[in-house]
Each structure stands twice: as structure tokens, then as C-alpha cells.
Design a binder for this molecule. Structure first.
Ligand SMILES: [Zn+2]
Ligand SMILES: [Zn+2]
Length: 323
């Protein structure tokens, strides 16, 4: 079997959405090209500093490698957070990630929940359980990760924060927010980032049109030593996402390219909704930590979680407001 692109090397990968058989080299090139196209659409190629939010998982390796293939390395800086999950966060994973980024000429900033929030994720979850809170570990983790990543972007004066979300992640998020009817979240998932607070650094997702199986294959071909252990809190994850994921997989297998079609059509809809919805209004800031929070809130979700878990002491007036 000969590669459909170069017509010289042996094909190794079949790409169902394009119907092509590709050799290793052309496959890698195809991914880089598609990431570049997405990055150009957002303006990442034009200049500015980009903070790469990395985790040590395969997608963060692919994110750094594809961006470094066409963006000047001086404009890239990586940021990693150790959540503090027993048996999951290992020292050697950060060391491997650092070595890999060193090789690309990208500096890595190392952070942890313990250092920046005062508690590891395990400690937050333990306190929440003791207080009888029905909040999953992923709620704590996702909220604080977003906050710390944005903070880091501001500290290094980044113009963009890039995350490694792939096509599967994005389409799942689109469907979930559609089911929930969350228009603001939904529109923010479009290809053009919107800034709802001057305190936000623009978030971009250069891998948003790359299938998860493709990032896996890319990481495998490149021989990355990425973090493969599954997070022990995965069983606490909301079941809706798992159901949506299964549904999307079955649609994709019946009609390859479905996920790409969904995201492309969604981007057009998001653009129109953005034009017709007044999203100009600046988000309010949290009275405790000063970070942006949702419309109508006085205290951000993160601070509220810490208060409810008994990890942040505030006066009774604030507590009264939460009740
Ligand atoms: Zn080829
Ligand atoms: Zn807050």
C-alpha cells in the first residue's frame, strides 16, 4: 500500500475522515499543517507570546511539538500544574516533560495546587467529603486549573493561553453545553476566542480540529514518553460526558468525518450568535480573590468551593450570602 500523498513511501495510517492512506511522514505533516491552519485563523502566527498549558499527557506533547514546528520558540513558554493526586502525579512525568520541552527550546514553569492554592487536590476532595459536599474532584480540579493557567498567562504577559483540547473534547463540550442550554459557554467554544474580562488572557485551542486518535498516533510515532496513567478520580466524572462521547463515537463510525462537520458548522453558528448577542459586558470580579466570575455572582465558584469545603474562612456575612 502506497501513501496517497507522497506516492513513494509505504502507507501506515488510514484516515477515515479523508479516506486517505498515509505514510508516517505525511501523517505527521498533515497534522502540523492542520494545526497551523487553525493557528493562523486565530492569528497565532502573527506574533505575541503564547503560554502552553501542558499536563504531561499526549495532547500536551503534540501541542508543543506542532506549534514549535512553525512558531518561533522564543514566543512559546510552557506551564504545568501538579494537582497533588496520590499515585497519579509523579515526579518523573514532570522531568520527562521538561526534558522534551528543553529539546524544543521551550521553558517550563512548574506550579502546583499546593503551592498556589495552599491545598493539594486530594486535600480538597477529602475536606469536601468530610463536609458532606456532593462535588466531584473534577469540579475542583477544572476550576482551579483554569484559574491558575489564566494567572500564569497574565504573570508572563502572554497574549494567548493555548490548551491541548482535541476535536473529540471540543465536540463533547459543544453537545453538553447545547443540552444544558448554556449559550455563553457555547459561544466561547467557537473558533474565535472572546474575552469577557480584561483579566482573562485569550484562550486558544490549536488542536481543536485534530481527532483524539490522531494525537495518540502522532505521540506514538514520535515516541513520546507521556503520562498514560488514568486519573484515579475518573470514576467520579460526570456521566453525561461519557454518554455523549459514546454517542459521538458511534456516529463517527457510521459516518467518518462527523465530528469535523459538527465543529465546522458550529463555528459558523457561533459566529452568528456572537454577532447577535451582547457579550461586551465585562464579567464581575470575585469579592474574595478578585478574579473574574460569572454574571450575577459576587464570589467565584472556586472560592465558594473552598469555603464550602471548610478550607477558606470568611466572615459570617459572606457565608450568609452563600446559603
Ligand atoms: Zn507519504
Ligand atoms: Zn474568588
Amino acid at each position: 500500500m502506497i501513501c496517497d500523498i507522497c506516492r513513494s513511501r509505504e502507507a501506515e495510517v488510514f484516515q477515515p475522515h479523508s479516506g486517505r492512506k498515509l505514510c508516517r511522514k505525511c501523517f505527521i505533516e498533515d497534522i502540523r499543517e492542520r494545526v497551523k491552519r487553525e493557528a493562523e485563523k486565530i492569528g497565532l502566527d502573527k506574533g505575541g507570546k503564547i503560554l502552553l498549558a501542558v499536563s504531561g499527557g499526549k495532547d500536551s506533547y503534540v501541542l508543543a511539538d506542532t506549534l514549535a514546528s512553525f512558531i518561533d520558540h522564543d514566543r512559546l513558554i510552557a506551564y504545568n500544574i501538579v494537582e497533588g493526586i496520590h499515585g497519579y502525579n509523579r515526579k518523573e512525568h514532570v522531568e520527562q516533560l521538561k526534558k522534551f520541552l528543553d529539546g524544543l527550546g521551550i521553558e517550563l514553569i512548574e506550579d502546583s495546587f499546593e503551592k498556589s492554592i495552599g491545598y493539594s487536590l486530594d486535600e480538597m476532595v477529602k475536606s469536601a467529603i468530610e463536609k458532606g459536599l456532593n462535588v466531584s474532584a473534577c469540579t475542583f480540579c477544572g476550576g482551579f486549573r483554569r484559574k491558575l493557567i489564566n494567572n500564569a498567562g497574565r504573570i508572563v504577559n502572554a497574549d494567548y493561553v493555548a490548551t491541548g483540547h482535541n476535536l473529540d473534547d471540543e465536540v463533547q463540550a459543544i453537545i453538553i453545553n447545547l443540552i444544558r442550554g448554556d449559550i455563553i459557554r457555547l459561544v466561547r467554544l467557537g473558533d474565535k476566542p472572546i474575552k469577557l474580562s480584561s483579566k482573562f488572557v485569550l484562550r486558544v485551542k490549536p488542536l481543536r480540529k485534530i481527532y483524539e486518535w490522531e494525537t495518540t498516533m502522532y505521540a506514538y510515532y514520535k515516541g513520546y514518553n507521556f503520562q498514560e496513567t488514568e486519573c484515579p478520580y475518573i470514576s467520579m466524572r460526570p456521566t453525561l460526558r461519557a454518554k455523549v462521547r459514546d454517542l459521538l463515537y458511534s456516529l463517527e463510525s457510521i459516518k467518518p468525518g462527523t465530528l469535523l462537520n459538527i465543529i465546522e458548522e458550529f463555528d459558523k453558528i457561533a459566529e452568528r450568535v456572537r454577532k447577535e448577542t451582547n457579550l461586551k459586558e465585562e464579567l464581575p470580579t470575585c469579592k474574595i480573590c478578585g478574579e473574574p466570575t460569572s454574571y450575577g455572582r459576587e464570589i467565584c465558584k472556586n472560592c465558594e468551593l473552598l469555603i464550602r469545603a471548610g478550607l477558606l474562612n470568611v466572615d459570617s456575612a459572606v457565608l450568609q450570602n452563600l446559603k
